[in-house]
Design a protein around this ligand. Structure first.
Ligand code: N01
Length: 490
């Protein structure tokens, strides 16, 4: 076991999800072998280990939602289900030879930078103190702490309650009266599965979302064989999917009104699927497409047509002993309440505390004004990187692409440190300020800020520390190399 005083690590990564596994592999490929991943739980997988609710799947096609350097010719479907994605990350960790580099059950509680040594000391809950040259948080920043709505009587309900991200597979929903609260991306996947079991299902919708069908299909065996024999064909499919999805960014980051054509397509689908005009009206959004995350499902709307499913277009306001109460005061008797109500904002769930130069607190920074240069670095926190930190979120493409851009940036920093002999690099404050000004200007015209909706992308003060306001290839370009001239190096 490495303790303070032992040979420091080149790199410690917090979290063994897509971010930790991918970065560790890339760093090893670049010749850094003294690497450790600290994982709080007993398994790799991150988000895909945590979210196990029925129907959980990725709503980005799997050929794109996977590492470019580890293509999987065997995806069973265009949109692979959660167990298959989890299995993919597990396999990557094994195939990349990372298992000996992962310490499970190691929860990081705090880290601090020692300026004299140019090293981070990472403390775990069990009392270990590990030193490292580079420290990376791959622990998930935006979608990791489940949020419950602030309603009356959360404790008075006598039946079972569950959050979509804390699913208990032993709960038997057969024959039960169930309420699902929320109609975001998680609910889209969950509702059809629950409807197949419940005796009655209430779906509580506060705000409708734009919805397109999910063009999912099983991968034919000959296609899998083709991908295996000619890997270039799978690369081509990935490139085509990337280009197709990137085209949607035009309406998101340049001109929200360009989304009107797509909105018309959504309305046509709604018209074809829901015959009752009053229900259609409830399901029609009054904001620009993309402002809230676009919903992708082919079985959600048909589920709402089932006789035992009731769409209640009102917010939940209260839980009573055996019932839920909605905004108009209506009460519905239920046995189980499922919260598909999303996650705490990053301000409420900042990364694990890190103390940088002059005692600066990462917590304090992230809870007051979450921001990071290229979603990764901050002045006063030398050699510290976040993966998928502030303003890296997308509404149209794969987050794995964004991660891979950051992998390159971080590994290049490590390579330059080794080549040029500096021990640590601290982001210049003026670079951070310039970047934040640029972000602020760009965000103004994006659909997330100007699309006319309230969403979890916007913080209480109206700022947006979630969205990347440009094309993903622009992010790739900005992170193509570690711009050491923007850092003070010692
Ligand atoms: O959560 P959400 P999610 N009464 O915050 C509603 C990712 N993801 O877990 O819209 C009634 O989107 C709330 O209403 P409103 C993806 O990035 C990815 O579904 O705020 N309803 C909303 O409908 C996504 O964006 C995949 O008015 C209440 C819902 O709860 C993110 O995770 C799959 C309420 C919360 O929706 C979060 O998605 C799933 C109340 N009192 C998720 N309070 C992929 O496939 C809140 N709501 C990659």
């Amino acid at each position: 076991m490495h303790e303070t005083g032992a040979q420091p690590f080149d790199l410690i990564i917090i979290g063994a999800g897509f971010a930790g596994v991918g970065l560790a592999h890339q760093a090893r490929q670049a010749g850094f072998t003294n690497i450790l991943i600290l994982e709080r739980s007993q398994r790799v997988g991150g988000t895909w280990r945590e979210n196990t609710y029925p129907g959980a799947a990725c709503d980005v096609p799997s050929h794109l939602y996977s590492f470019s350097f580890a293509p999987n010719p065997d995806w069973s479907r265009l949109f692979a289900p959660q167990p298959e994605i989890l299995d993919y990350i597990e396999r990557c960790a094994t195939d990349f030879g990372l298992r000996p580099h992962i310490r499970f059950g190691a929860e990081v509680v705090r880290s601090e930078f020692e300026e004299a040594a140019g090293l981070w000391t990472v403390h775990t809950a069990s009392g270990d103190a590990l030193r490292t040259r580079f420290l990376v948080s791959g622990a998930g920043h935006a979608l990791s702490k489940p949020a419950l709505p602030a309603v009356k009587g959360l404790d008075s309900f006598r039946g079972r309650t569950m959050h979509s991200a804390q699913w208990d597979p032993t709960v038997d929903l057969r024959g039960k009266r169930v309420a699902v609260i929320g109609t975001g991306a998680s609910a889209m996947q969950l509702v059809p599965k629950i409807a197949a079991q419940a005796s009655h299902l209430f779906v509580l919708q506060r705000t409708p979302g734009w919805l397109i069908p999910r063009p999912d299909f099983a991968t034919p065996e000959p296609v899998k064989r083709l991908f295996r024999r000619l890997p270039a064909t799978q690369k081509l499919v990935r490139a085509l999917l990337y280009t197709y999805m990137e085209a949607f960014a035009v309406a998101y980051v340049l001109e929200p009104r360009l989304g009107r054509l797509r909105e018309r397509g959504c309305k046509r689908y709604l018209y074809r699927t829901i015959s009752d005009p009053a229900t259609r009206a409830k399901l029609t959004p009054a904001y620009r497409i993309g402002c809230k995350r676009l919903l992708i499902s082919s079985d959600y709307l048909p589920t709402l047509n089932l006789p035992h499913v009731t769409l209640v277009a009102e917010a939940l306001t209260e839980l009573r002993e055996g019932s839920i109460v909605t905004a108009s005061g209506d009460e519905h008797q239920v046995d189980v309440v499922i919260f598909a109500t999303g996650f705490e904002s990053p301000e409420e769930k900042p990364p694990v505390e890190a103390i940088g130069l002059q005692g600066r607190s990462l917590h304090a920074h992230m809870t007051t004004s979450p921001a990071a240069y290229l979603g990764a670095t901050l002045p006063g926190f030398p050699n510290y990187f976040l993966i998928l930190g502030p303003n890296t979120g997308l509404g149209h493409s794969s987050m794995i692409y964004m991660m891979e851009s950051q992998f390159r940036y971080i590994v290049d920093a490590m390579t330059k440190s080794r080549r040029d002999g500096w021990r640590f690099a601290d982001l210049r404050p003026e670079v951070m300020e310039r970047y934040q000004r640029w972000l602020g200007e760009r965000l103004k015209r994006t659909v997330w800020n100007a699309g006319g909706c309230a969403s979890w992308y916007l913080s209480k003060n109206g700022g947006n520390a979630i969205s990347w306001p440009d094309f993903t290839f622009a992010f790739r370009f900005k992170t193509r190399r570690f711009d050491d001239e923007n850092y003070t190096r010692r």
